[in-house]
Structures are given as structure tokens and as C-alpha cells.
Design a protein around this ligand. Structure first.
Ligand code: TXA
Ligand code: MG
Length: 318
């Protein structure tokens, strides 16, 4: 029997019983549990096979809930929350004592966001506790953007995937932390750098090669298909280099004279980066099931959400 359902009351019952429920958000599906239940939080790490040093994001239903979990909000964080919540932006802020160390991996900060999905907002506002929710995929695998992706991963582990349809944004939230009150991007994501800078001015990006990344989402290999995957700006050359192999192509727009086993075009209109982001993970899930020798992915234009897509493709091909 399928674990996919739109039954929000069942989700409430399970979450109140400290069970896990996969929830839809505008970015990717999350594997959610009550932040105050040690059993639920342990189950999240166990189900994902996620190392305990990698902290979770806390999801709240309204800005009023922020006060209960963080002890301090820098001025620029307030402006960002006002501009982008509900939405795909996560803020890393000093935590209050009541946030369990298990969620923050012992850090003094907690990552928090208000997701922009009607079903999950309704759920959060009907519960009297926030939800911890990492992306609903096993550690290091491709994030889920449909209820079916989650079911494929976890049908034997959880009782319910709350079905909110395909995720509209398709790439995880942008994560911003603060060092001496100055914002810094820990993870590129669905909120573009350009739109962030239009609210608070110039923002730095955390060096990806840090030995001890503040956000392990910045770890090199992540979001990866099982099939060998390469990223290139020159598709024609790559096809030539791998001729004889069973190739799957992942391209931004239509190419004419390719001779490959399987191809997915990310933007049918030719140059829509939002469309490409929304389709990216589903395309990788599909390509990974095609029994290919290699996936050749095209580097996208390096601005706006294109930068975040390229970031994910780089990690998928490490
Ligand atoms: O869009 C999203 O953010 C999705 C949806 C479900 O909300 N969630 C998501 O969660 O991508 P996850 O667990 O896959 O990635 C969360 C990232 C991790 O890289 C983690 O290291 C980082 O957030 N993080 C969490 N708490 C942190 C903290 N206190 N300081 C620095 N990084 C933190
Ligand atoms: Mg993840």
C-alpha cells in the first residue's frame, strides 16, 4: 500500500506521537519530526543514515515562533526574514537553551526557516511544536522533489508522505549565517544572491574549501546520482570523448545533432533558470534509473539560480 496521502490529520496524529512524516516544501521534501522529541530526532538521523555532526533545520509556521527558539536576531537577519519568509531562505542564529543539542549537533546556533507551502504551513500552524526536517533522502543521495521520490527511498521506514505535489522551486533553501552581525552565505540555494543583495547589500559566500565547513551542505560530494556524472560547458566534446558508452544527457536547452541513449532538457522554453531548477533533481532521479554508463550534465549560465544549479551539479559530479 502506498504511504503517499493528503491526509493532514494523519500527519498531525503521527507527529504528535513522535513519529516521522515526510512533508512537502517549496524547495524539496523534508523528513520531519517534533523538535522536542528525542526519539523523533534520533529517528531522523537513523532513517537518513546521516552523521550526527550534521545539524538539522527547524521549520516554523510564523515569525512569532522565532522568539521562542533563538536568543538574538541581527538587524540584517530581520530584514531578510521580512523580505523572504515564508520562502526558501534559512537563517542560522544563536539558539535558546530549549533547542536540543541533538538538532544543532552541539552548536550554539540553530538553522531556521518558514517554508512556503500551503499544506505544510497549515500543518505547522496546527501543531504546538516546530518541525526539524532535513531533506527526505538518504545521506549523500539526490534530494526528493516529489512524494514518489520519498516513497522510493523510505517506504519501509515511515508511515506517511504528505503529498503536496511537485516542489515548485526544486533546490534547497539558501542558508545564511552571521559572523559579527555580518551575513554570510553558507549554502547557495533557491533564493538568489542577487535578490538577497537587493535587500541587504553585498554578501560574502563561505569558502567552499574550508576544512571544517559551517554548513556540511557545503561538503564537497553531495546530492549525487549513483551513475558516474560529469559536468561540462562543452557537451559536443564530452559526447565525443565518451563515444561508445551509453550516455545520458542533461542539458539546459535543445541540441540538434546529438546521438545519445537518453536526454533530458531542463528548459523547454530555452532559457528559463527557474524551470531548470524545478526540474533538476527529478531529471537526476530519472537519469539514474536508466542504466546508463555516464551522465553528461551541461553547466548552466552562472547567474541567479543558475549559480545554485551549478553548485549542485558540481557536488553531484565530485
Ligand atoms: O530547503 C531546505 O533547506 C530543505 C527543506 C526540507 O527545508 N532542508 C534541507 O535540510 O536542505 P538538510 O538537512 O538537507 O540541509 C541542512 C543544512 C545542512 O547542510 C546543515 O549542515 C546546515 O543546514 N545547518 C543546519 N544547522 C546549522 C547550523 N547551526 N550552522 C550551520 N549550518 C547548519
Ligand atoms: Mg540535504
Amino acid at each position: 500500500m502506498s504511504i503517499i496521502s493528503k491526509d493532514i490529520n494523519k500527519a498531525i496524529t503521527l507527529l504528535k506521537a513522535n513519529k516521522l512524516v515526510a512533508i512537502p516544501t517549496e524547495t524539496v521534501y523534508g523528513l520531519a519530526g517534533n523538535i522536542f522529541s528525542e526519539d523523533a530526532i534520533r529517528a531522523i538521523f537513523q532513517t537518513k543514515g546521516r552523521p550526527h555532526f550534521n545539524p538539522l533545520i527547524v521549520h516554523i509556521g510564523s515569525t512569532e515562533d522565532l522568539e521562542a527558539i533563538v536568543s538574538y536576531v541581527p538587524e540584517k537577519a530581520k530584514r531578510l526574514a521580512e523580505a523572504f519568509w515564508p520562502g526558501p531562505l534559512t537563517l542560522v542564529l544563536p539558539k535558546k537553551d530549549l533547542i536540543p543539542d541533538l538538532i544543532t549537533s552541539g552548536k550554539s546556533t540553530v538553522a531556521v526557516r518558514i517554508p512556503n507551502h500551503p499544506l505544510t504551513l497549515e500543518l505547522l500552524n496546527k501543531l504546538d511544536f516546530p518541525l526539524a526536517a532535513p531533506s527526505a533522502n538518504p545521506f549523500n543521495r539526490i534530494s526528493p522533489t516529489t512524494a514518489e521520490h520519498v516513497e522510493g527511498y523510505f517506504k519501509d521506514d515511515i508511515e506517511l508522505v504528505l503529498d503536496g505535489g511537485p516542489c515548485k522551486k526544486g533546490i534547497e533553501s539558501t542558508i545564511i549565517g552571521f559572523e559579527d552581525d555580518e551575513p554570510i552565505i553558507y549554502r547557495l540555494g533557491s533564493t538568489s544572491i542577487e535578490s538577497i543583495e537587493s535587500v541587504i547589500g553585498h554578501i560574502k559566500i563561505k569558502n567552499k574549501n574550508n576544512e571544517l565547513p559551517s554548513a556540511p551542505g557545503m561538503l564537497d560530494r553531495h546530492y549525487a546520482p549513483i551513475t558516474k556524472t560529469i559536468l561540462t560547458a562543452n557537451i559536443k566534446n564530452a559526447i565525443k570523448n565518451y563515444s561508445g558508452l551509453k550516455i545520458g544527457l542533461l542539458v539546459f536547452n535543445e541540441y540538434l545533432d546529438d546521438d545519445v541513449s537518453f536526454k533530458i532538457v531542463l528548459s523547454n522554453t530555452g532559457n528559463d533558470l527557474d524551470e531548470a531548477a524545478a526540474k533538476l533533481y527529478d531529471a537526476l532521479h530519472t537519469l539514474d534509473k536508466e542504466d546508463l554508463d555516464i551522465i553528461i550534465a551541461e553547466r548552466l549560465p552562472d547567474y541567479g539560480i543558475g549559480k545554485s544549479i551549478n553548485d549542485r551539479l558540481e557536488r553531484a559530479t565530485k
